[in-house]
Design a protein around this ligand. Structure first.
Ligand SMILES: [Zn+2]
Length: 379
């Protein structure tokens, strides 16, 4: 029997705004986040992406949604192969050790483990099936033991000029000058075997999966035809996410692959993106030596999530100070406004507006401040 009062009193569906668009959700959300290539230590740039995804998870739970998160491990990757070879270690053992350290760093930042954590090396068969499916619909072709995805459409959809697209393809190991391709914008779904890289058998001879295809195969395997939210660093927008979603859509025939994209801002130091080659990595472990995980989380979260930003020691000290304000506000017994908690909730649902929610929480004190602390994992 239906309880009319209960139905009437039930809140509406969760309808968070992400990237400026309402994304109504009933009670589930499929969230895929591009994980790390485990070849090096965790730096602040990685951490920022995963702390934001963790915050998204927590905010959706506050709204009555139970997200399922799939965060892959790109353990079949040319950069990883090179790092493993420098360390004279097999690629998989090397990756497993790096992955262990990464997970420890994220746990120390109060980032909860994902429900699924597929590792690329266990999805070789899936990538082969993906390649076969793309060939069957005429979106991929075989040359000299490699299978290439026709990338012209994905590149056009990205709205970038051809020169920019080729520059990014080269930067992200897309090998635009590979003479076997029909077009420089085509991307390997399957790469024929080469010395210095692991290889598996396939219908086209020995080889290994391509980066975008690995992620597409893992996402489709975890969630079926698509996802509610696809997350990752802003720097993965092109070519990685563009090709991933184009491959998924071509394979399944279902479009769009993602209802919303959560492209988290890139962290820079003195205006330069963090990279080992530049020598400007800020390591999570070093920051945690003299700051609390909560202060580090608040420094990452107290800003618009999509915006690139510059790290400085002063920013971390300021976040620690702001966190102190929030804790003191949480200890107050009298709230300045009866609507503070509802306002915090509304602001978090509106594109995760943490700066505004923080202001309201500190101003109101009491329950709204405690709600913000628990929702953002700042306890
Ligand atoms: Zn990915």
């Amino acid at each position: 029997m239906t309880d009319d009062h209960a139905v009437a009193a039930a809140p509406g569906p969760a309808a968070p705004v992400l990237a400026g668009r309402r994304v109504p959700m009933l009670d589930r959300a499929r969230i895929y986040v591009c994980g790390i290539t485990p070849y090096d230590v965790t730096h602040l740039g990685h951490a920022a992406t995963f702390v934001w995804v963790d915050a998204l998870d927590r905010v959706l739970r506050l709204l009555g949604v139970e997200p399922e998160i799939c965060r892959n491990v790109t353990d079949v990757d040319d950069v990883l192969d090179a790092a493993a070879s420098r360390a004279s270690a097999p690629y998989d053992a090397f990756a497993a050790i790096q992955q262990f350290h990464f997970e420890q760093d994220l746990a120390s930042l109060n980032v909860r483990p994902p429900q699924y954590e597929p590792r690329a090396h266990r999805y070789i068969e899936h990538v082969i099936r993906l390649a076969q499916g793309l060939m069957a619909v005429g979106r991929a072709y075989e040359r000299n033991g490699s299978v290439y995805f026709r990338g012209l459409e994905a590149a056009a959809e990205a709205g970038l000029g051809r020169a920019e697209v080729l520059r990014l393809a080269a930067e992200y190991a897309g090998r635009p000058d590979d003479p076997a391709k029909d077009d420089p914008l085509d991307a390997a779904v399957w790469q024929a075997a080469e010395p210095g890289h692991p290889a598996w058998d396939s219908p086209w001879g020995p080889g290994r999966p391509g980066w975008h295809a690995e992620c597409a195969a893992m996402a489709l395997s975890a969630f079926g035809v698509g996802v509610d939210v696809h997350a990752g660093g802003n720097d993965l927008r092109f070519p990685h996410h563009a090709y991933h979603s184009a491959m998924a859509e071509a394979f399944t025939g279902v479009s769009p692959y993602a209802r919303a994209w959560f492209h988290v801002g890139v962290v820079t130091v003195d205006g330069v993106k963090m990279a080992k080659s530049v020598g400007n990595l800020v390591l999570v472990g070093d920051l945690l030596a003299d700051h609390t995980p909560a202060a580090l989380r608040l420094m990452i979260l107290d800003r618009p999530w999509a915006q690139d930003w510059d790290y400085s020691a002063a920013a971390l000290d300021a976040a620690a100070g702001r966190l102190g304000d929030l804790y003191r506000a949480a200890g107050r017994t009298h709230e300045a406004s009866p609507h503070g908690a509802a306002e915090v909730r509304r602001l978090l649902a509106a594109d995760l507006n943490v700066p505004a929610a923080l202001e309201v929480a500190i101003e109101a004190g009491g329950a709204p401040a405690r709600l913000l602390i628990s929702t953002l994992g700042l306890g």
